[in-house]
Design a binder for this molecule. Structure first.
Ligand code: NDP
Length: 446
């Protein structure tokens, strides 16, 4: 680590003590950005990175609600508004028991760079609650969402801050949140994205993160004269991102071997086909069951409390959650012949795992580039809402593809090294940073 990086990390650590995930994200970015900033002293003089690592605003609030037994429950709600230099704040809401300020600050910080990479005018934010929708009735989830939005509505709006979904916040939750915002404000506006198609949602938004991830991987492979077709693929998670990643992989002629949830993973050597994926959709989105049911239904192996990284594959797509792929997993993947890793989740690979990929010359794409398709189509949903118009499925899909190709191009521009290796992590960090930094320079010390 250079002296400058160490000094910077030291000062950020003091300001954000007890926030390990946020520091991990900042450290990862600082390592590739500081050498670039050293060559562009104007960024250093104006303390751009120091300002970017301090949220513009953090709101924390109480969320009381009543469960089905008539008891009062209390959760904590958050919105981290990180940076609005290039557009209104934009970023998802996460409902999961592990949610805390450190996790939301890391996600909001990553979101700033990711949104910049899409080329669309969106600032970065993230929010959520330690509420766990798992095991709750629809009525309880609605009660919670209404209470959460009653407070959050004071801080968001179609031109100020436009939240979306993330872990634990899908179509059902977005519907309840939107309904309460509309009721409180008496206006029908594009204040959330990921809305149902009947009330202002965009076609392809549910698919966008997963599809975009596979489009990005295809770009990485095409640069080498290769393709996703015929490859064996290991995926973690079985939620929104994983389901549509699997769908696109199957459509493009690859074999998907695994899916997982927080209890374990299934390994289907015959490959998960479209019919089996329909079963997963019904299992996860309707019955809200556990992935082990897949193994019972299709007679394949289930590995409780394990991650899928020990299964031999060409491509690994960690799509569940942060820090789910460790250095030992990275070594096993590489030893088993995996040569592409692209993050559908945010920060799923630990820094030590990423180092293994880099040292071994593995193609590695960070989430801020590879999973940016979701927020990109959220941006397109905002555009359609402003125009009071809906584009066709093909038009949105084509725009998504073009955006992912552009992000890939930006990563190559800033990340190609002398030996020809493409450091996508460095490329994404610098490309995302430059646009925000230039906007911040123009706007003075705000
Ligand atoms: P979902 O809630 O739909 O699915 C999450 C999946 O990950 C579930 O299978 C869940 O299992 C599993 N999971 C969650 N937490 C853990 C954990 N601590 N350990 C193991 N498994 C876990 O979320 P999404 O698919 O929307 O999001 C997945 C990832 O993608 C997140 O990192 C998110 O930030 C990122 N992302 C999502 C975008 C989107 O558009 N939705 C956009 C960009 C990034 P279980 O059911 O057991 O909880």
């Amino acid at each position: 680590m250079s002296v400058l990086v160490a000094d910077f990390v030291d000062s950020v650590s003091r300001r954000h003590a007890n926030e390990p995930e946020f520091l991990q994200a900042v450290m990862e970015v600082a390592e590739s950005l500081i050498p670039y900033i050293e060559k562009h002293p104007v960024y250093r003089k104006n303390k751009i990175l120091e300002r970017m690592t301090e949220p513009e605003r953090v709101v924390i609030f109480r969320v009381p609600w009543i469960n089905d037994n008539g008891e009062i429950e209390i959760n904590r709600g958050y919105r981290v508004q990180m940076n609005s230099a290039i557009g209104p704040y934009k970023g998802g809401l996460r409902f999961h028991p592990t949610v805390n300020l450190s996790i939301l600050k890391f996600l909001a910080f990553e979101q700033v760079l990711k949104n910049s990479l899409t080329g669309l005018p969106m600032g970065g934010a993230k929010g959520g609650s330690d509420f766990d929708p798992k095991g709750k009735s629809d009525r309880e989830v609605m009660q919670f969402c209404q209470s959460f939005m009653t407070e959050l509505s004071k801080y968001i709006g179609p031109d100020t801050d436009v939240p979306a979904g993330d872990i634990g916040v899908g179509a059902r939750e977005i519907g309840f949140l939107f309904g309460q915002y509309k009721r409180l404000k008496g206006e029908f506006t594009g204040v959330l994205t990921g809305k149902g198609i009947e009330y202002g949602g965009s076609l392809i938004r549910p698919e966008a993160t997963g599809y975009g991830l596979v489009y990005f991987v295809e770009e990485m492979l095409q640069k080498r004269g290769d393709s996703v077709r015929g490859k064996s693929i290991v995926i973690s998670g079985s939620g929104n991102v994983s389901q549509f990643t699997a769908e696109k992989c199957i459509e493009m002629g690859a074999t998907v071997l695994t899916l997982s949830d927080s209890d374990g993973f299934i390994y289907d050597p015959a490959g998960i086909d479209e019919n089996k994926l329909n079963f997963v959709r019904e299992l996860k989105n309707v019955r809200r069951g556990r992935i082990k049911e897949y193994a019972l239904r299709y007679g394949c192996e289930y590995f409780p409390q394990e991650k899928p990284w020990g299964i031999a594959c060409d491509i690994a797509l960690p799509n569940a959650t942060e820090n789910e792929l460790h250095v030992e997993d990275a070594c096993i993947l590489v030893n088993n012949g995996c040569y592409v890793v692209a993050e559908g989740a945010n920060m799923p690979c630990t820094p030590q795992a990423i180092e293994v990929f880099r040292n071994k010359g593995i193609l590695y794409a960070p989430g801020k580039a590879a999973n940016a398709g979701g927020v990109a189509v959220s941006g397109l949903e905002m555009t359609q809402n402003s125009m009071r118009y809906s584009w066709t499925r093909d038009k949105v899909d084509q725009k998504l593809k073009t955006i992912m190709q552009n992000i890939h191009r930006s990563c190559v521009k800033y990340g190609e090294e002398e030996d020809g290796y493409i450091n996508y992590q460095k490329g994404a960090n610098i490309a995302g940073f430059v646009k925000v930094a230039e906007a911040m320079l123009s706007q003075g010390f705000v």
